[in-house]
Design a protein around this ligand. Sequence first.
Ligand SMILES: [Zn+2]
Length: 139
Amino acid sequence: VADRVTPEQRSAVMRRIRSKDSKAELALRRALHRLGYRFRLHASDLKGKPDVIFRPRQAAIFMHGCYWHGHGCRVAGAPPKSNVHYWGPKIERNVARDGTTRAALEELGWRVLVVWECEVSAPDLDDRLSEFLGPRRMS
Ligand SMILES: [Zn+2]
């Protein structure tokens, strides 16, 4: 498959999407702070480097950008038509990898929550996080 995306186009797309991802990540961290949870970022010793982890709880949260992780929602939109051969397989690979990452973590006894970029400003985010994480203080 010919790569019809110039390096300039590619980095422009990557930049735009990456900054959206990090905005969503910050919103997630703010919610966790507000709720009073203590957490660590980007655990590099765990498969898939979860965005946020709560080690005593063996709980991990991934903040998935809707575009790169193939959410298929309105935020994600369709890949640019002329670049579909380039971006399509990349997104498919990401989705496949997300599945194996989750399975590997769960195998090790971790609980995994995925928060999509399009969900970080939803009114029920706090409830979802509290429900997933449980009581604030761990004895
Ligand atoms: Zn989405």
